[in-house]
Design a protein. Structure first.
Ligand code: S3P
Length: 203
């Protein structure tokens, strides 16, 4: 993928990293949050939406509502591939959305077409955290079907290794929330989104 001269090779002191510059011109004014389970997409996304007066949308919630079952139940009854189809359909249903923060399920980047759709939807931010912090956060909630394994620590490690390049490739901006309060992470997302959206109007 084309990388602009604005790319910062290393994260800066604020735990943020810009992937792309003005070639994002023409993007729709939604903020799309991607990242692993436990990276703070829902909590940080709600804060961002609240502060900008944007609508908050969650792809998992759309699936749950459409199917009428919780995510764990869907995995148990229909399996992961079927869940992935519902997840892609949820993403496609956001075609006309504007001024929204879209929080996505951690596996949404697995499907190449989804990665294109995410970019078409708006400014894509990868919320990340260290593996230790992620494991600590996901351990508090036992509902996630993919982590119901004999060794969830190794599962987190393997899933993260596999997905990291996909998040990296899909995102225009990264915020590492390992040592950031949710408020600070939300502020970082908002500041960068404002910059990205104003490039669009200047262009
Ligand atoms: C998944 C993440 C979950 C949910 C499902 C699968 C994944 O969403 O979509 O359990 O594959 O990483 P969160 O990232 O919001 O936990």
């Amino acid at each position: 993928m084309e990388r602009g001269p604005w790319r910062e090779a290393m994260p800066n002191a604020f735990g943020t990293r810009r992937h792309f510059g003005p070639e994002s011109a023409g993007m729709r004014n939604n903020i799309v949050l991607i990242g692993f389970m436990g990276s703070g997409k829902t909590s940080i996304g709600r804060l961002v939406a609240q502060r900008l007066g944007f609508q908050f949308v969650d792809t998992d919630a759309i699936v749950v509502e459409r199917v009428g079952m919780q995510v764990a139940e869907i995995f148990a009854k229909h399996g992961e591939p079927w869940f992935r189809e519902q997840e892609s359909a949820a993403l496609r249903s956001l075609g006309i959305l504007q001024r929204a923060v879209v929080s996505t399920g951690g596996g949404i980047v697995l499907h190449p077409r989804n990665r294109e759709l995410l970019r078409e939807l708006g400014f894509v931010v990868w919320l990340t955290a260290s593996e230790e912090v992620i494991f600590e956060r996901v351990s508090r909630n036992k509902k996630r079907p993919l982590l119901q394994t004999a060794d969830p620590r190794t599962t987190v490690h393997e899933l993260l290794e596999r997905r990291r390049p996909l998040y990296e490739g899909a995102a225009q901006f990264t915020v590492d929330s390992s040592s950031l309060a949710h408020e600070a992470a939300a502020e970082a997302v908002i500041a960068e989104a404002r910059r990205a959206f104003s490039w669009q109007t200047v262009a």
